[in-house]
Design a protein around this ligand. Structure first.
Ligand SMILES: Cc1cc2nc3c(=O)[nH]c(=O)nc-3n(C[C@H](O)[C@H](O)[C@H](O)COP(=O)(O)OP(=O)(O)OC[C@H]3O[C@@H](n4cnc5c(N)ncnc54)[C@H](O)[C@@H]3O)c2cc1C
Length: 287
């Protein structure tokens, strides 16, 4: 199927974006890498009257360290993130996740801002942002506001970005030496959206888990934390008993609906497997 008709504006400045958003409101849609939006247009899942192409806005590109955070501009592509030494060194969880995002051709064009703003519950970056307590930076003609990942993802394809706003970037805290990170997912084929996926960040004091964040994807209508499993792990060392207790708690945390990729029981089973593998990997020197 071909896309519906739409007007097109290539924004040269942020002022162009805000002026067009003011004029067209909900009828406008931002175009970044186009890797999701063009398919959505062709499938008639989106029907904007105008596309505002933001891909030329250089101020939204790049990866920088600002004190104890790394800021990534919304238009930074998946491939740029994959190639970044800053990301490898300071945001290892994101570095682990990016090769799972689609295929190289899509990673060359698709952007982190597009992925986060789309809010697909089976996408990798939203789960990573949640596990790392990232801050999303949103701008409108009135100014800038900052939203924690836990408040940003609202429901299926719905985020905190309003019709007159644009996501301009995301800040991730720099990893600390006592932190361990594991990203893992299971998909039918490499590059497919996951049947189940998990982002784990934990800090160890000796062999004891001090803090842990456990975010799951493809389990709900948005990425979710697993609070009972996190509680079961906090203050414990990583061993087979702790892993079993965390898996039991996880069963209560996750209430997935089945989807085209897997039924609910399979998703829960895969999540338990992912959690066990990730904990063994995170505590490899201690098990
Ligand atoms: C075959 C295929 C497989 C894929 N597999 C995966 C996968 O496994 N995992 C995964 O995570 N993704 C996957 N994707 C999606 C891919 O990662 C996209 O790059 C990403 O979802 C959207 O980024 P984009 O820059 O292309 O955004 P676009 O397609 O241009 O836009 C997506 C949506 O976000 C909005 N938007 C874009 N930028 C902004 C912004 N700065 N502020 C506010 N709103 C904005 C747009 O208006 C639109 O609604 C896949 C895509 C394809 C085609």
């Amino acid at each position: 199927m071909k896309s519906p008709e739409f007007s097109y504006l290539k924004a040269q400045t942020m002022a162009d974006v805000f002026s067009a958003l003011k004029t067209h409101g909900d009828a406008a849609q931002l175009l970044a890498g186009g890797q999701s939006l063009l398919a959505m247009l062709n499938l008639r899942m989106a029907n904007p009257s105008i596309l505002i192409d933001i891909s030329g806005l250089d101020s939204l590109k790049g990866i920088q360290q600002n004190g104890n955070v790394i800021r990534i501009g919304a238009l930074t592509t998946h491939h740029e993130i994959d190639s970044s030494h800053i990301v490898k060194e300071h945001i290892p969880l994101l570095a682990q996740a990016v090769p799972y995002v689609a295929h190289l051709a899509i990673r060359n064009k698709g952007t982190i801002g597009g992925s986060l703003a789309l809010g697909d519950p089976a996408a990798e970056y939203p789960a990573v942002a949640l596990a790392l307590n990232a801050t999303l930076i949103i701008q409108s003609a009135k100014g800038e506001r900052r939203v924690k990942a836990s408040e940003f993802f609202i429901s299926l394809y719905r985020t905190a970005v309003q019709a007159d706003e644009i996501l301009i970037g995301v800040e991730f805290p720099i990893a600390k030496p006592n932190q361990r990170f594991v990203f893992s997912e299971l998909a039918r084929r490499k590059g497919d959206y996951a049947m189940a996926g998990m982002a784990l960040a934990l800090s160890l004091e000796g062999q004891t888990i001090q803090d842990v964040a456990l975010a799951f994807m493809a389990m709900d209508d948005k990425p979710i934390l697993a609070p009972r499993a996190m509680k079961a792990l906090t203050g414990q060392s990583i061993n087979s008993q702790t892993i079993s207790q965390a898996q039991a708690a996880l069963d209560e945390d996750l209430q997935p609906a089945g989807d085209l990729s897997a039924n609910a029981a399979t998703k829960k089973h895969l999540s338990r497997v992912l959690l066990s593998r990730a904990l063994i990997q995170a505590g490899a020197t201690h098990v």
